[in-house]
Structure formats: structure tokens, C-alpha cells
Design a protein around this ligand. Structure first.
Ligand SMILES: [Zn+2]
Ligand SMILES: [Zn+2]
Length: 353
């Protein structure tokens, strides 16, 4: 479905660009597709305040607030004073979002019947691969996971799906009860009525003395043997969180499935909509030199880019954080492959605690 969707989006864009000469902008949500690809602007390289450092690793490029998708009011950005994890007092962007994306559709997540095709469901991430959660995937789960306890549909082929906010909250609990075994879990956008998320990131990144690695165990902040690194990896240009890896072992261990939509996101009532994989749906800033597109910023203010460049070649020479440096973008990260349920592996720069 992802490939199909990309094709549809391309088709739509072609149509939209053709049609734009004839019709004025409608207030329809879909007209915002045009705005989701922003022309690259000249990056503002920060003033070099570290005159003693010429290593390209310390080349920093400031966050460009104009790259964020703010046209529908789902994201607002202000400048606030802040103190970073290394004690640096500086200015930060405070990014407040409705935690629902304004630049692309959400869902679907769970298909309704084992006869449904991929347009009726989202995706699942397993072993580095992205799988369509279509009816056949649900029908095949006992084989896929080599465990006969998987049976997520009734005699009519109808798939058991959480269908109330209470169910979605209960089934997302780490200690989910047996009554939710063999349920496909989905929380709907309509459950998110009065939620906002605030992200505070340094406008100009400050390299830390030593980088912090994220916990790889997934789930929330902290955990055995982890650093003090925050749980959140970064913020997409539509204000949506790049989250820690989804705790798929816990989800599957409870015999539940909590699919992601084709954009790599799903909803819980505490975070709202959030991403676990970058599949190319959110606002991006193409790069003039063919480098992978900018899709967001890490919590340290360094840019997060797609994995593949405009020729489809994956970034190489990445450090253990999934970052590297070049003259145009300074230090920056490239996201992990979508099937890895991961974005980046740590923060090189200081962040707001
Ligand atoms: Zn999640
Ligand atoms: Zn790069």
C-alpha cells in the first residue's frame, strides 16, 4: 500500500499543480498537500562562537523555524530562554502542537476483515521489514509468529478491534488484561480532543562533551542501564513526535497488535499521534544538492534527514548516533530504515531536560 500511496500522492501532486492555475485554494484539507514540500532555502549557518574549533564535526546549522508546517495552526513556534543539559543558557524554540498532523491523513490501522486488502489497514514493523497489515496478514499471524494462540478474527473473518476509547486505553496498558488478547488495537483521532504537546529545542545546537545514546529497549524514558537521554528522539516538521521504538515485544507478548498507519504513526491518548517509523509522508525539505530531505529536528536541534538521497542511495559513514557532517548541513542525523522501528540512536548535542 505504501508504494501505491506514493503513486497516488504523485498523481495527486501532478493534478494539483495542473489544477492550481484554474482554481483558487480551497479550504479543503487536501489542498495543503501542495505546501507539504517546501522549497529549500539557504540554511542559516550559526555564527561561529567557537573560534578555536575548526573541525567540521562542530559545524552547526541552526534550526530553521520556517520549515515547520504551521499553515493550519496545528503547530505554533515561539522563542524562549532555556537551559540545556550541559548548563548552557541559550534561546530555544518552543514548539506547541495539537499532536495531530496537519499535513497528511491518519489511519487506517486495523483492517476489518481477513478479506480486506492493504488499503484497509496500516503497517507492521518486524525484523527490519515493513509489512502491510491487510486481512491476509491478520489471518496468517499464527504462522507468521509460529504460535497457534494467534487468532484475531471470528468465524466470519471479522477482526476483533478495540472500538471505544476505554478499550484503546486499556489495551495500550503494559499490563493489558487477557480480555484484550487477540485484539487489534487502534486509538482514533476523535479521541484526541484537548491534547497539546510542547517541544523545546535549542535554536543553535551545542555539542556535548560526550554524546548520549538512547535506550534501545523501546518504550518510555529510562530503563535498566540507560543514560539520562530523553525518550523522545525528535520532532517532525509537522510537529509530530519521533518516538522511542514501539515496545513491540510487549504488544505481541499480550497477543495484541497495535499497527501503525502507512505514515508510520499511531495514537495513544497520552501522546496523541506519534511516529515510530519514517515512511516519507510528513513535510520534508528537499535539498538542492540531492542529499536526503530534511524531515525534522532532534531534541538537540540538529537536523534529521531521510535515509536515502534523491537517487535512492542510503546515507553512509554514519556514527553510532546515526549522524555525520557535511559543509552544507553541518552535523546531522539520518533516520533508520522504517522496518527497524527506530529513528536515531542518540544525541550529539545538549538538550532541554
Ligand atoms: Zn506508539
Ligand atoms: Zn547526510
Amino acid at each position: 500500500m505504501i508504494q501505491k500511496n506514493k503513486y497516488l500522492i504523485l498523481t495527486y501532486l501532478l493534478f494539483a499543480f495542473t489544477a492550481i492555475g484554474f482554481v483558487s485554494c480551497s479550504s479543503d484539507d487536501s489542498s495543503t498537500t501542495d505546501d507539504s514540500v517546501i522549497e529549500d532555502e539557504d540554511d542559516t549557518t550559526s555564527d561561529d562562537t567557537n573560534d578555536d574549533t575548526t573541525d567540521e564535526d562542530t559545524n552547526t546549522v541552526s534550526v530553521n523555524a520556517s520549515y515547520f508546517y504551521t499553515t493550519d495552526g496545528s503547530v505554533t513556534i515561539t522563542t524562549v530562554p532555556c537551559t540545556l543539559s550541559d548548563g548552557t543558557e541559550t534561546d530555544c524554540y518552543q514548539i506547541v502542537t495539537t499532536s495531530l498532523p496537519g499535513d497528511h491523513e491518519m489511519g487506517p490501522w486495523c483492517p476489518g476483515n481477513i478479506e480486506d486488502d492493504a488499503t484497509e489497514g496500516g503497517i507492521w514493523l518486524e525484523g527490519g521489514e515493513v509489512y502491510d497489515v491487510d486481512g491476509a496478514f491478520v489471518e496468517n499471524m499464527a504462522t507468521f509468529y509460529d504460535d497457534p494462540n494467534w487468532l484475531m478474527y471470528d468465524a466470519n473473518g471479522d477482526i476483533y478491534i478495540t472500538d471505544t476509547q476505554e478499550d484503546c486505553e486499556n489495551a495500550a496498558n503494559p499490563n493489558v488484561g487477557a480480555e484484550y488478547e487477540n485484539f487489534c488495537v487502534e486509538c482514533l483521532p476523535s479521541y484526541i480532543t484537548d491534547l497539546s504537546q510542547t517541544w523545546t529545542i535549542p535554536i543553535t545546537p551545542v555539542i556535548q562533551e560526550s554524546a548520549v545514546l538512547f535506550t534501545t529497549g523501546g518504550g518510555g524514558p529510562g530503563g535498566p542501564g540507560t543514560t539520562t537521554a530523553p525518550s523522545t528522539r525528535g520532532v517532525a516538521l509537522n510537529g509530530i513526535e519521533f518516538s522511542a521504538p514501539a515496545p513491540v515485544d510487549n504488544i505481541l507478548g499480550a497477543y495484541t497488535l497495535a499497527p501503525f498507519d502507512d505514515a508510520g504513526g499511531h495514537i495513544n491518548v497520552h501522546q496523541g499521534y506519534h511516529y515510530h517509523a519514517a515512511t516519507g509522508f510528513s513535510t520534508k525539505v528537499a535539498q538542492d544538492d540531492g542529499h536526503a530531505a530534511l524531515i525534522g529536528y532532534a531534541l538537540d536541534g540538529f537536523g534529521i534527514y531521510e535515509l536515502a538521497d534523491s537517487s535512492g542511495v542510503d546515507a553512509t559513514d554514519l556514527d553510532e548516533l546515526r549522524g555525520h557532517s557535511d559543509d552544507t548541513r553541518g552535523y546531522h542525523y539520518h533516520v533508520d530504515a522504517a522496518g527497524n522501528n527506530n529513528f536515531i540512536d542518540g544525541l550529539k548535542g545538549a538538550y532541554v531536560n
